[in-house]
Ligand binder design. Sequence first.
Ligand SMILES: Nc1ncnc2c1ncn2[C@@H]1O[C@H](COP(=O)(O)OP(=O)(O)OP(=O)(O)O)[C@@H](O)[C@H]1O
Ligand SMILES: Cc1ncc(COP(=O)(O)O)c(N)n1
Length: 276
Amino acid sequence: MKKVLTIAGSDSGGGAGIQADLKTMTVHQVYGASVITAVTAQNTLGVQGVKTLSVQAVISQLDSVLRDIEFSALKTGMLANSQIIEQIAAKIKEYSLPNLVVDPVMVATSGDLLLKEEAVETYKEKLFPLAEIITPNLYEAKVLAGVETEENNDPQVLAEKLITYGSSWVLIKGGHTTKKRSAKKAVDLLYDGSQFIEFEAEHIPTNNTHGTGCTLSAAVASNLARGMDMEKAVGQAKKFITGAIKNNFPVGQGNSPVNHFWRLQNLQHSSNQQFS
Ligand SMILES: Nc1ncnc2c1ncn2[C@@H]1O[C@H](COP(=O)(O)OP(=O)(O)OP(=O)(O)O)[C@@H](O)[C@H]1O
Ligand SMILES: Cc1ncc(COP(=O)(O)O)c(N)n1
């Protein structure tokens, strides 16, 4: 069984962050390990508190797992501040870790800030050059590219800018352009510096999309660990997230998470039918 590491924040509500990553890895049949950067007090209504761990606490977890376990891929989610990003980048370099997926989490769906502003430059300088792929949503792509105006919404232009920061691939997620309930398609754009590949899925009219970005990037990392090439890894992850959104169920009083177990439930359903 391949081993995959997530370095991210904890979501007490269980829908995003470390919890979403480990659920995603489990259903992709890879072994998930975790390094926690921050503990959020969070539920489906929003983020009520954030306690960022010290750099030493993060690096000590990282050293423990890296000294012992051989990882086939890793992903980063909420990294909170520039000191944590810098130290994590140094460790990834030191251990020559393969298949790094960077989800540059900045803001929760609820609007709560999960990254200090000063950390944007550190992402670009230290972590992106080590990444196989970065997976910003449209808002994050604009902040990273340094464009804030409404007219610079073209994902191709943003991808061309972001690839210059040194990752092998850029995936710009379209969830934020398709938040409107009238939207018909959810389109993500993959770019490797020469070719644009679009991944299109039906847009599901729901607010229960908590943790979509975390889940997608964890699925990409799991697929890379299992030996898929990037186009296939992203294509399969897109199918997984679409099914997970479609099969969401109510968890709390706010925006519920996606259903990580939808494929298992489908399998169970069809085997129950077969044997009943
Ligand atoms: N309503 C929807 N219907 C179908 N696909 C969606 C929907 N919302 C998001 N997606 C898809 O989910 C994936 C994650 O995209 P999104 O832009 O929501 O990421 P994100 O903003 O980083 O997520 P997060 O909510 O975790 O911050 C993408 O593949 C996107 O196209
Ligand atoms: C710990 C943590 N990491 C990431 C997210 C982003 O997910 P979302 O935008 O769906 O709230 C989150 N809310 N919490």
